[in-house]
Design a protein around this ligand. Structure first.
Ligand SMILES: Nc1nc2c(ncn2[C@@H]2O[C@H](COP(=O)(O)OP(=O)(O)OP(=O)(O)O)[C@@H](O)[C@H]2O)c(=O)[nH]1
Ligand SMILES: [Mg+2]
Length: 375
């Protein structure tokens, strides 16, 4: 897509050329031709079952001159654990299957041979994963690389009959069977999903914008609720910084009361550090869209409504859009960025603004941590 360089000098302090910010890079690589649509999975319920321990063996050694050479049944091997490990290699929970089984330990053999311990099944989780039980209690907050959580322990291997040999019982005919592995259910949730979330009514052009600024391929269609699951795209800058932008399902009136895609949608929004409100300039009273969006977000959580935000007026290419933009500016007292996601108008300016917002947020977080921890 080629970006047009038409600029709209519309809002104060938005086009401050003195601000030294990184330049967004245009993608050079073509989008993948894969037909399957990949969406971002930020919540998943999983059942984990540890491996069973191997059974101990009952065996008696018979030699040529000594056919009662004593018990020689070996122990069974231990079952494997299911372990979640934090890794920067994965970004979402799409690779999680609903049921995760670890391997079983091997049984014991004669001649005192012990069964092999099973390997643990290690599943990677993204940084910032929260592990809850089915009652909703937080069990682990996995926010550091390399952190591990044992989701289901494997059963211990059973002892073979050689273990039970004693002075009083020299030929025990007993052995243990391996213990059964744990069976646990968890709800995994990713605390932070993206740096920036796109918020707007259905059909506002959120997916079109994500397609324009990243290599993500959310479906675009002229009907509401095209997007029902979040998509994630990365915006690259010339200093190698990458900003994750999430395209979220459309928000409607009473979403906070669970209408439409409802609270689930707002939960996705809660996992974004900053919010971009996308207003559709083809509608007659665009400020009402902004009021609806802000009201829903405020009703859901006041903390969410205090996140850093930008207001974007989309579809500036349509006839009558510029008049609507002027009306919007009269009703709204904050800077507005007019763009056309479809034509690419002003998208570079928007990307610079996103970067400025991101840098401010990063600095704010740095200052917060240095105040908390003066060392
Ligand atoms: N003319 C014009 N049309 C646009 C623009 N942006 C999006 N559209 C059109 O608006 C329609 C809806 O776009 P989507 O990107 O699917 O909207 P959405 O906000 O993702 O919608 P939902 O996923 O349903 O919430 C599509 O037909 C787009 O082609 C724009 O800047 N100009
Ligand atoms: Mg969409």
């Amino acid at each position: 897509m080629s970006y047009s360089y038409r600029r709209f000098h519309c809002s104060r302090c938005l086009h401050n050329e003195d601000y030294n910010t990184a330049i967004p890079l245009r993608r050079k690589k073509a989008r993948s031709t894969r037909t399957t649509n990949q969406y971002f999975v930020d919540m998943k319920q999983v059942k984990t079952i540890g491996g069973n321990g191997g059974d101990g063996a009952i065996s008696f050694l018979r030699l040529c001159m000594n056919d009662r050479a004593g018990p020689d049944g070996g122990d069974g091997g231990h079952g494997g654990h299911v372990i979640f490990e934090v890794s920067p290699d994965v970004k979402d929970l799409a690779h999680f299957k609903p049921l995760i089984n670890a391997d079983h330990g091997e049984q014991g053999y004669n001649k005192d041979c012990h069964g092999r311990n099973a390997n643990h099944t290690v599943i990677k989780v993204p940084i910032g994963t929260i592990v809850r039980n089915t009652n909703g209690d937080i069990l682990a907050d996995m926010d550091e690389e390399g952190m591990m959580f044992i989701a289901a322990r494997g059963g211990a291997g059973g002892h073979g009959n050689a273990f039970f040999a004693s002075d009083t019982q020299q030929s025990p005919k007993i052995a243990e069977i391996g213990a059964v592995g744990e069976d646990n259910q968890y709800v995994l949730e990713i605390k932070s999903m993206a740096h920036v979330g796109l918020i707007g009514l259905p059909n506002a052009g959120k997916s079109t914008l994500l397609r324009a600024i990243s290599r993500a391929r959310p479906k675009v269609a002229p009907y509401p609720f095209t997007t029902v699951k979040p998509h994630l795209g990365m915006v690259l800058y010339d200093d190698y910084e990458q900003i994750a932008v999430a395209d979220l399902p459309g928000l409607i009136t009473d979403s906070h009361k669970n209408r439409g895609l409802g609270v689930m949608f707002l939960k996705h929004a809660e996992r974004c550090a900053a919010l971009l409100f996308i207003i559709d300039l083809s509608s007659n009273a665009p400020w009402k869209q902004l009021e609806t969006l802000k009201h829903e977000i405020e009703q859901f959580s006041t903390r969410l409504s205090q996140r850093p935000q930008l207001i974007i007026a989309n579809k500036i290419d349509l006839p009558g859009a510029e008049e609507n933009l002027n009306l919007l500016k009269q009703h709204v007292d904050v800077p507005i960025i007019p763009i056309s996601a479809k034509m690419g108008t002003n998208v570079t300016v928007l990307l610079k603004q996103i970067r400025i917002l991101y840098d401010k947020e990063v600095n704010r977080k740095k200052n917060e941590t240095s105040i908390e921890d003066p060392m």
